[in-house]
Ligand binder design. Structure first.
Ligand SMILES: Nc1ncnc2c1ncn2[C@@H]1O[C@H](COP(=O)(O)OP(=O)(O)O)[C@@H](O)[C@H]1O
Ligand SMILES: [Mg+2]
Length: 240
C-alpha cells in the first residue's frame, strides 16, 4: 500500500503540500479532484520520488520513498505514472516504444520484452498498431500506448495525472474505458481527473484537494451528493 504521512513540500516560498495524510490500500481506486494549483500533480511526483519532500514521509509497500538508502530506480518499477501527454520516440514503432523500458530498466531479453509489450498493447486495444509510428495515431491511441508502456513494467501501482485533459472530447471515452478496465482488474490506482462522472463511477474514494490540503475525502456517493466542506461544495457547483 501507499502511506503518506504528514507530507509537506514547498517550491521556494510557496508551500504546495501542507501536511498531506493519506493511505491507499492494495486494490483501491482513489481519484483526486481539485482546482488548478492545489498540489495534485506535486503529490503524484512525490509518491514516485521524482520530487523531494520537505518533511513527513511516504511509504510504498513499506519502503520509504525519500530515504537515502532507497533504490529509487527499483522502487519506480513498482509505480507506473502516466501524464497528460507522453512524447513517444517518433523514430520507433509503437511496439518498440513499449519495449524500451523493459529492455533498458528490467534488462529483459528482446523476445521477452516483445512478448510483454505485445500483451499490454493488446490489453489496451492497440494490438493492430504494433508496427505503426506514434505520429500516425490519434491522441487517445497515444495515451493508451503510454498506459501500455507503464503496464509493461508490471507495476503494483498506477498514477494517472489528468490523462484525458489534452484530448479532443471524442477521444476521452476510450482512455477512460481503459482506466475502468484496469480498475475492474484490481489495479491500485490514483487518478487525478476533471472527469467527475468517471470519478463517481470508478472510485472507491475521492479526495478533494484545496490549497495544498485534502479538504475532504470520502466515497464518491457521499462526496458528490453530500459534500461536507464548503470548498468542496463550491468546487462541485462550479464544475457542473
Ligand atoms: N517545479 C516547480 N517549481 C515551482 N513551482 C511549482 C513547480 N511545480 C509546481 N509548482 C507550483 O506548485 C503549485 C501546485 O502545482 P501542481 O501540483 O502542479 O498543482 P495541480 O496539479 O493541482 O494543478 C502551483 O502553484 C505550481 O505553480
Ligand atoms: Mg496538475
Amino acid at each position: 500500500m501507499i502511506e503518506i504521512e504528514n507530507v509537506r513540500k514547498s517550491f521556494g516560498a510557496l508551500e504546495v503540500l501542507k501536511g498531506i495524510n493519506l493511505t491507499v490500500s492494495k486494490g483501491e481506486v482513489l481519484t483526486v479532484i481539485g482546482g488548478s494549483g492545489s498540489g495534485k500533480s506535486t503529490l503524484l511526483t512525490c509518491i514516485n520520488g521524482l520530487e523531494p519532500i520537505d518533511s513527513g514521509r511516504i511509504l510504498v509497500d513499506g519502503t520509504e520513498v525519500h530515504a537515502r538508502s532507497t533504490d529509487l530506480n527499483k522502487l519506480r518499477t513498482k509505480i507506473g505514472i502516466v501524464f497528460q501527454q507522453w512524447n513517444a520516440f517518433p523514430h520507433l514503432t509503437v511496439l518498440e516504444n513499449v519495449m524500451l523500458a523493459p529492455r533498458k530498466v528490467l534488462r529483459m531479453p528482446k523476445a521477452k520484452a516483445e512478448e510483454v509489450a505485445v500483451k499490454q498493447l493488446r490489453h489496451v486495444g492497440l494490438g493492430e498498431k504494433l508496427g505503426v509510428y506514434p505520429s500516425r495515431m490519434s491522441g487517445g491511441q497515444q495515451q493508451r500506448m503510454a498506459i501500455a508502456r507503464a503496464l509493461a513494467m508490471s507495476p503494483s501501482y498506477m498514477l494517472f495525472d489528468e490523462v484525458t485533459s489534452a484530448l479532443d472530447p471524442m477521444l476521452v471515452g476510450e482512455v477512460l474505458d481503459t482506466l475502468r478496465m484496469l480498475a475492474s482488474e484490481g489495479m491500485t490506482m490514483i487518478c487525478v481527473t476533471h472527469e467527475m462522472k468517471f470519478a463517481r463511477e470508478v472510485s472507491d474514494r475521492v479526495a478533494f484537494f484545496h490549497q495544498g490540503v485534502i479538504a475532504e475525502i470520502a466515497p464518491p456517493d457521499q462526496l458528490f451528493s453530500a459534500p461536507q466542506n464548503p470548498e468542496t461544495q463550491k468546487f462541485l457547483a462550479a464544475t457542473h
